[in-house]
Design a protein around this ligand. Structure first.
Ligand SMILES: CC(C)(COP(=O)(O)OP(=O)(O)OC[C@H]1O[C@@H](n2cnc3c(N)ncnc32)[C@H](O)[C@@H]1OP(=O)(O)O)[C@@H](O)C(=O)NCCC(=O)NCCS
Length: 154
């Protein structure tokens, strides 16, 4: 498995369609695919040349970068690819001058097993929950998490 910089809208769409519990709303899926072209960084995970994971990162001056999308194809979840994508995104963000990497996800007030797993993944990767906000990215609760980067870019 390798992580490389690359913009692959078709592969991103294929990965998101394998995860309907997270990306089942067509308009939202299309917006993520379109963002592949405009995000500051698009990182892809490849196995034998096939793209199996994607992360999009956008710089949020002055101090932060945001991991706006991370997804691993359903057939390859749980194999360490997501962690490798977070590491690559954190490295990119550090080189881009950010001192933290932020991510938003559905908050714990909304009962959903899939997003509980997503939050466990972020915690495992070192993200710290900051606060839950209603109505930020959707009608329900959004949890903001932050990964401090000072140690990883020292
Ligand atoms: C979340 C996601 C990107 C994680 O990628 P992944 O390759 O499956 O995760 P990894 O194998 O790298 O897991 C890294 C760590 O996270 C934790 N983790 C991963 N999935 C978990 C789960 N379902 N429940 C609890 N912990 C989990 C594990 O502790 C793991 O550490 P380990 O190496 O000690 O086992 C991927 O599963 C995915 O695409 N999920 C659906 C879409 C999604 O949630 N996107 C983000 C929000 S929209």
């Amino acid at each position: 498995m390798e992580i490389v910089a690359g913009r692959d809208a078709a592969a991103t769409e294929r990965i998101l369609r394998s995860l309907p519990s997270w990306f089942g709303i067509e308009d939202a899926l299309r917006a993520y695919v379109a963002r592949t072209a405009i995000a500051d960084a698009s990182l892809v995970a490849r196995i034998d040349g096939e793209v199996v994971g994607v992360a999009l990162v956008e710089r949020r001056p002055p101090e932060t970068a945001e991991l706006v999308l991370i997804a691993v194809h359903a057939d390859h979840r749980g194999d360490g690819i997501g962690r490798a994508l977070v590491d690559a995104a954190a490295t990119w963000a550090g080189f881009a001058g950010a001192s933290s990497l932020e991510v938003h996800t559905v908050g714990p007030s909304f009962d959903d097993d899939g997003y509980a797993a997503t939050r466990a993944f972020y915690r495992s990767c070192g993200f710290l929950p900051v606060r839950e906000v209603d109505g930020l990215d959707w009608d329900g609760p959004t949890l903001i998490l932050v990964l401090p980067l000072a140690a990883s870019v020292a």
